[in-house]
Design a protein around this ligand. Structure first.
Ligand code: SF4
Length: 752
């Protein structure tokens, strides 16, 4: 049923059936009074592993979750966040109505959606009228559905006339995106999760899957090939402890060390010349470039001994199937793109690509960071296209039926450039969607001071209590995961289905509905007349994908996705038709399980063809650069940040709402210190330490552990104070912030 319940007072151009009442169910619809044991499937809304969960319904509403034994990603497993994913939806501080800040009192006051939309449009338009169309920007997220991201990006750039929009995926996956795009010609992680189980040697660089991606780690543990597991990490993480080889390299020496490994592989005749000659270009220049990275130099700069270095080279050369895996330890560095590409280069030069158990594989962070990379229409044009490419712009205009010239011919600023734009006064209106920048953005104090310069700050979120929402002029209450329909794309390129199995509280609306409200209030709803439901938009995404490396024209609809257990891209219509022909069925819905199993699990580049102009992968490399802020006598410690526990997610906005999860991690911010340093500094447990950088300081509980090396300290990113310390430093290609290195001093402050 589609009734305009809470919008009945709307007198604008909104059509009555455009917005579904918050009380209506979507895909997860089960009639009230249904059997208490009714269930439906849903993909998890935290991380990009993309686990399948079973939602247990009572009276048509999800009351519990369990791990889906049939979903090909997690095979019946889930981490604590998945099991507890409903708890944050029931938190008492959910935003239930739009809120506007009263300029006289400074207090937030509840208002109707009509008033909220009036405030949004009049103030954003006033900013544009006074300062130009580019003076508004959005910062979005990898946590909303693909269809919502596409609608936001299209609304902002094609309807509202804005140019600058980015998302928090800049903080996690921009490096992988740029590295793949440059090396392969498209942002295309090549693997399937089966590769965890089919590899003879797994090399993890800057990744701690045992904690950050626990279900993927379980997939590694299912490997029956007696694999070597090599972990490059300054810390002896949970993954490093379980590995066969831990390489405790010095922070940010990874690029030099990887070039040293490449040089050693070349010197020992380990290059797959047949693959290199047939499928790549630039190898000879690369070989010449890495020649000076001798084992002695690599070991000296990484602080590791030669025997360890040689043993890694041995394993890379002698174990049959070698796969390289990386995540934030690489992506969040000052030369991260070239570091990721150093791993891609190793896989290419040894021919470890396109075969089971191989690949240079980025493990993604957020549940829909991959959707953001392809369809957010923020810094890339819809479908992984380029705004600067006239052919690409014309394709999108044609597919969407837009007048010529609607698609901007300029790139958006990246997140850090938008922040700089606020500082310079170029950006005056900011729309923050489902991200908590006030906690998570690097060098937090500067960011939060800059928010005070904005003429208008809108925050759209589940909670009005986030650090960012508390600074807003207008808060728009959003429905969360499981309160709306749509798709996510996981790390291995799998589209998975999200269903509405809960009612959003009060007047909270799905982001999809809010974007439609904005379009209607702005006066550009007609552009989105074919985008009425998330599944309508999915059909639009299919058209945008046709003929692209991410082609999904073979997926007929959501029902097929659900039954198939998700589907990896590409899944072109030609592949679907071949499968149907082989199976002798007339509809994709009738494909037998065996055919679906074959279809739903595919790695890329089995044919050695890459989506570059000449079909060859490209070797990229650059000389290593020093970090922006090296340690010195005054600030002698390297601060490392990262995931704390499997029970925490990013800024803890949601995970802190679960009583169960809160019991699984320390309540107070803590700093991990090596016993040697602790002795020297007089730090004890229990005890408190003051950690100070050139920007700010914090106090934290002391946790003395040999898992961090002397001269280094580690603080989990989930505690809001940590980014007071971090330094604005960015990779020049991906513009991803370098959260993994800044200089600090540590002092004891006495027993608490
Ligand atoms: Fe959800 Fe990720 Fe945990 Fe799977 S591993 S249950 S996707 S948070």
């Amino acid at each position: 049923m589609t009734i305009p319940l809470r919008l009945r007072e709307w007198d604008g151009p909104l059509t009555s059936d455009l917005i579904r009442s918050p009380g209506d169910f979507g895909l997860g619809q089960v009639p009230a009074g249904s059997r208490p044991d009714a269930t439906t499937t849903i993909v998890c809304g935290f991380c990009a592993t993309g686990c399948g969960l079973t939602a247990h319904l009572r009276g048509g509403e999800a009351v519990n979750l369990s791990a889906d034994p049939d979903y090909p990603v997690n095979l019946g497993m889930a981490c604590p966040k998945g099991w507890e994913a409903l708890a944050p939806l029931a938190a008492p501080d959910r935003a239930t109505t739009p809120l506007i800040r009263n300029p006289s009192t400074g207090q937030m006051e509840p208002v109707s959606w009509v008033r909220a939309m009036h405030e949004f449009t009049t103030r954003m338009k006033a900013v544009q009228a006074k300062h130009g169309r580019d003076s508004i920007a959005f910062l979005s997220t990898g946590q909303i559905c693909t269809e919502e991201m596409a609608l936001l990006g299209a609304l902002f750039k094609f309807g509202m006339g804005g140019i600058h929009g980015d998302s928090n995926t800049r903080q996690c996956m921009a490096t992988a995106h740029v590295a793949y795009k440059q090396s392969f010609g498209f942002d295309a992680p090549p693997y399937t999760y089966a590769d965890f189980e089919e590899s003879d040697c797994l090399v993890f660089v800057g990744a701690n899957p045992a904690v950050a991606h626990p279900i993927l780690w379980q997939r590694v543990l299912r490997n029956r090939r007696n694999p070597d597991i090599i972990v490059f990490d300054p810390r002896r993480t949970e993954t490093a402890m379980a590995a066969t080889v831990h390489v405790p390299l010095a922070p940010k020496s990874d690029l030099t060390l990887l070039y040293g490994l490449a040089a050693a592989v070349i010197a020992r005749g380990g290059v797959d010349r047949g693959f290199v000659d047939a499928h790549t270009k630039g190898f000879d220049e690369f070989a010449q470039f890495v020649a000076p990275f001798t084992p002695e130099r690599a070991c000296a700069e990484a602080g590791i001994d030669r025997a360890l270095f040689d043993s890694v080279v041995d394993k890379i050369l002698t174990r049959g199937r070698v796969s390289y895996w990386w995540t934030m330890g690489v992506n969040q560095g000052h030369e991260s793109t070239r570091t990721a590409q150093a791993l891609i280069n190793l896989a290419l030069m040894t021919g470890q690509m396109g075969k089971p158990g191989t690949g240079a594989n980025s493990i993604t962070g957020q549940c829909n960071a991959m959707g953001s990379r392809l369809y957010a229409n923020a810094t890339s044009l819809l479908g992984g296209r380029d705004f600067l490419n006239a052919t690409h712009r014309a394709e999108v205009e044609s597919i969407l039926g837009l007048p010529a010239g609607t698609v901007p011919d300029r790139n958006s600023w990246a997140y850090d450039q938008i922040v700089d734009g606020i500082e310079s006064g170029a950006i005056r209106g900011l729309w923050v969607v489902a991200t908590n920048s006030s906690h998570s953005w690097i060098q937090q104090k500067r960011f939060n001071e800059l928010l005070g310069k904005l003429d208008f700050l809108v925050v759209q979120d589940l909670y009005a209590t986030t650090d960012t929402a508390q600074r807003a002029h207008l808060v728009l209450p959003g429905a969360g995961w499981a309160e709306k329909d749509g798709t996510f794309i996981n790390s291995e390129r799998r589209f998975g289905l999200v269903k509405k199995v809960r009612r959003a509280p009060g007047q909270a609306l799905s982001d999809f509905q809010i974007f439609h409200l904005v379009a209607a209030a702005w006066g550009c709803a007609d552009l989105f007349r074919d985008w009425r439901t998330p599944e309508d938009v999915f059909q639009v995404l299919k058209r945008l994908s046709a003929g692209r490396p991410c082609d999904i024209t073979g997926i007929p609809d959501y029902r097929f996705l659900d039954a198939a257990g998700g589907m990896q891209w590409p899944f072109p219509a030609a592949l679907r038709d071949r499968l149907m022909q082989e199976a002798g069925v007339a509809s994709a819905h009738d494909l037998p399980a065996k055919a679906l199993k074959e279809a739903r699990e595919r790695r890329l580049f089995a044919d050695g063809k890459f989506p570059t102009s000449d079909g060859r992968a490209i070797f990229h490399f650059d000389a290593p650069r020093p970090v922006l802020e090296p340690v010195d006598a005054q600030y002698p410690f390297v601060l490392l940040t990262g995931r704390g526990t499997s029970a925490q997610w990013h800024t803890n906005t949601r995970t802190a709402k679960s009583d169960v999860l809160r019991r699984l991690y320390p309540a107070q911010c803590y700093v991990e210190v090596n016993p040697e340093d602790a002795r020297r500094l007089g730090l004890t447990m229990p005890g408190r330490a003051r950690v100070r950088s050139r920007r700010a300081e914090l106090e934290a509980d002391v946790f003395i552990t040999p898992t961090v090396q002397p001269g280094q300290v580690f603080i989990p990113m989930h505690y809001d104070a940590v980014n007071r310390l971090t330094l604005s430093s960015f990779d020049p290609h991906s513009r991803q912030p370098s959260y993994k290195f800044c200089a600090v001093v540590v002092e004891a402050v006495g027993i608490s």
